[in-house]
Write a protein that binds this ligand. Sequence first.
Ligand SMILES: [Zn+2]
Length: 442
Amino acid sequence: MNSRKVLLTIGLIVLGLALAAGLALYFKDTEEPVLVLTPAAGPIGPTAPFTVTADDPGSGLRSLSVIVTQQGKAATPVQLSYATPEAHAEATFTLEGHGFAEGPLTVAVRAADASIRGFGQGNVRTASFEFTLDTRAPVISVLSTAHNVNRGGAGLVAYSLNEDAKESGVAVGERFFPGYKQPSGVYLCLFAFPWDMDIPDFKPQIKATDLAGNSRVSGFIFHPVDRWKFKTDTLTLPQSFLDAKMPEFETLVPQATDQLERFVKVNTEVREANAKEFYELRSKTNPVPLWSGPFLRMPNTAPRAGFADARTYLFDGQDVSHSVHLGLDLASTVADEVPAAADGKVVKAGYVGIYGNTVVLDHGLGLMTLYAHLSAIGVDEGQMVFRGNPLGRTGTTGLAGGDHLHFGVMVSGLPVQPIEWWDDHWMKDNLADKLALAKAAK
Ligand SMILES: [Zn+2]
């Protein structure tokens, strides 16, 4: 045989095999298409998107349809057919525009494949799903009255909802502070007036979204107060500080030509990563308050740096870096015992970049306290502690020049002014009534 004949023969054999395989698949596809509807159950809003997928790797899909019925009323939001069978089909739809009423309805999905089974009908798969159409947004009733909020500080609002919520809380600009349902049924939401937000921009609103995805926003009466003047501070970085502190960060920031460049990266990139780590702890909070009464301030300590101090760092007279100090620095004797500010649960006990050895306590409702630069940690994650229990000892780990405690308070991950939480009057005026109201309500 010449080479042309050989090629032709091989070609025919390949074609024949492919045909045989195709026919075998065509006749042998006894599998019905696989259907998936998302969501598959539950309350559903009129604009919530459904996704239906059908897969048939055998002979491929010939048709896919969705029929919605409710007490004699029917609609067909999806009706697809394929001249060339498809292995995968997908469609999205909503319940909007078909005139369905509040209440139960059925979503039936049907897919047929291209096999010749069923006298040419193909393998047919049908599935039906039950839903409750919910067209109404939750009704928010604000229960608390006085909401005075200091810039940089916290506030508490109590409210009730007329139906179960997927999510509710207070929106402040782009930020969202979750509210938590109390055993009484009342919701409590601790929120904050961000230190870096101007008074005219502070417009907190309660937002609630029900299980079907319907949302409502409600305002409430509040009074923003510019109580504190945040300071600006200039710190000169001596070479001796960089030489002493930067080796600690060589594994975290290996790429730096000198210790000054390393410091700048630590002060920006590591600081930002640490803030993100603390922010993410908010999901670990207890839905019910664990604290009661004013927080304990570490005794016999002198304040060194304040909350929201804007710092400029100078090296050789040059402005090399900036940061905002989001806690209070308290100095005592070296390696002094650090007490828990209030009852809570240890949600972090370990090394966190610029904060060094750090303990974070959760007090419930998104409220957390932070203890940084410790020389020793004496508690474990998951452990419950009481107000005054020792957490560890002060030190200089992380970006600390001298032995001190860096004490921070966070509301749903946002640092707030700690001094409010030491203030018995502020607690009584701003929290006590609301906490009591949530406890007493039936
Ligand atoms: Zn500090």
